[in-house]
Design a protein around this ligand. Structure first.
Ligand SMILES: Nc1ncnc2c1ncn2[C@@H]1O[C@H](COP(=O)(O)OP(=O)(O)OP(=O)(O)O)[C@@H](O)[C@H]1O
Ligand SMILES: [Mg+2]
Length: 333
């Protein structure tokens, strides 16, 4: 007979004897015996499971030590066991998260190196080919030689732009270039960029317009960075809008923020590309963007700058009809 059963019989006997002595009603004594009978399997289960928490904890710890960071102890009885198991589970979850983050960073680093090499390869190959032809003495006529030199210059410009954009992004990402905040007139910066890009628009007979917004309050911003945001967005709008289209730059105040928009009547962006459009090197039509001298860093820079200013970026687009890029900047409290 097991210890628990012996204990039960002893207890039942004691209850019945006590019932006789204390003249408990017979039904109360019978109910107590029944209760004890019901408690027997529970006591047995408890006896078995009380020995398991440490076993479960040890098993999970061994799995974690072997590199399986998805192992968890789960619920166990007993306060101290529960706390120990919870601490172990928390530690495993933390290691698992850190590992996933490291893996994702490593993947991004590898992609980044591959992307940069890829982007440099095309202009470098062009420089090499034109230079080799010139060195060989062919062609002889001055006009063709001048054209080859211009091609070399164009490729060098492209590589310089790529390196500049990469340095900007890396400075923004490392936080080394945190925005130097000063009161800035958004409308004045927008007007300067519109004026600078007007010749580009006119070459395509695109109407480039800045909607007036009188008495727009100043924002606290880094002037140079804000200029870069407008430049990248308006440059895209002009670049990706066919001849004779319209690009409108607008501003509004809503609550405690300024909302800016750059709207075009261009090619638009298919919905499936929208979630990735602000990623580094992401381009909807790689060939077309490259042909236009793009490397896919412009919008990544925009997002970084706007977010570093406490604002947000968004885009709405309808393929064939156009796109609207919006960003917000908080107004000083
Ligand atoms: N206004 C727009 N209309 C249509 N497509 C756009 C527009 N703006 C951006 N895109 C798409 O988003 C992609 C990413 O834009 P982003 O400015 O980051 O790179 P890019 O213009 O290709 O190159 P970069 O700006 O580095 O010169 C573009 O290649 C283009 O496919
Ligand atoms: Mg761009």
């Amino acid at each position: 007979m097991t210890t628990t059963a012996t204990l039960f019989l002893a207890l039942a006997g004691a209850v019945l004897a006590g019932a006789g002595a204390a003249s408990l009603p017979a039904w109360a004594a019978a109910a107590t015996v029944l209760l004890l009978a019901a408690a027997l399997p529970a006591a047995r289960w408890l006896g078995g499971s009380l020995g398991r928490p440490l076993h479960d904890i040890r098993e999970a710890a061994e799995k974690i030590a072997a590199g399986d960071f998805s192992a968890r102890v789960g619920p166990v009885p007993g306060d101290e066991h529960r706390q120990l198991a919870a601490a172990l589970d928390k530690m495993a979850a933390r290691i698992q998260d850190d590992l996933a983050r490291l893996e994702s960073m490593e993947r991004m680093r590898r992609d980044f190196v591959a992307n940069v090499s890829h982007e440099l390869r095309t202009p470098l190959a062009a420089v090499k080919a034109y230079a080799e032809t010139l060195v060989s003495g062919e062609p002889r006529d001055a006009a063709t030689r001048a054209e080859f030199c211009r091609e070399i210059e164009g490729s060098a410009d492209r590589m310089a732009r790529l390196v500049d954009d990469l340095l900007t992004l890396s400075a923004l990402e490392s936080g080394a270039r945190s925005p130097a905040k000063e009161p800035v007139s958004v409308m004045r910066v927008a007007a300067e960029v519109v004026a600078a890009l007007m010749p580009l628009a006119q070459r395509k007979r695109i109407v480039l317009r800045l909607d007036p917004f009188p008495d727009m309050p100043s924002v606290q911003a880094d002037r140079g960075q804000l200029k870069q945001v407008f430049t990248n967005l308006i440059d895209n709008a002009v670049k990706y809008t066919p001849e004779a289209g319209v690009v409108r730059v607008g501003a509004a105040v809503a609550g405690r923020e300024v909302r800016l928009s750059v709207e075009d009547t261009g090619a638009g962006i298919p919905a499936e590309h929208i979630p990735r459009i602000f990623e580094r090197f992401y381009r909807v039509d790689k060939a077309r963007s490259r042909e236009l001298g793009g490397t896919g860093l412009g919008l990544a820079i925009v997002k970084h700058i706007v977010e570093a200013h406490g604002g947000a970026v968004a885009v709405e687009s309808e393929p064939g009809r156009g796109s609207t890029f919006r960003f917000s900047l908080p107004l000083p409290a």
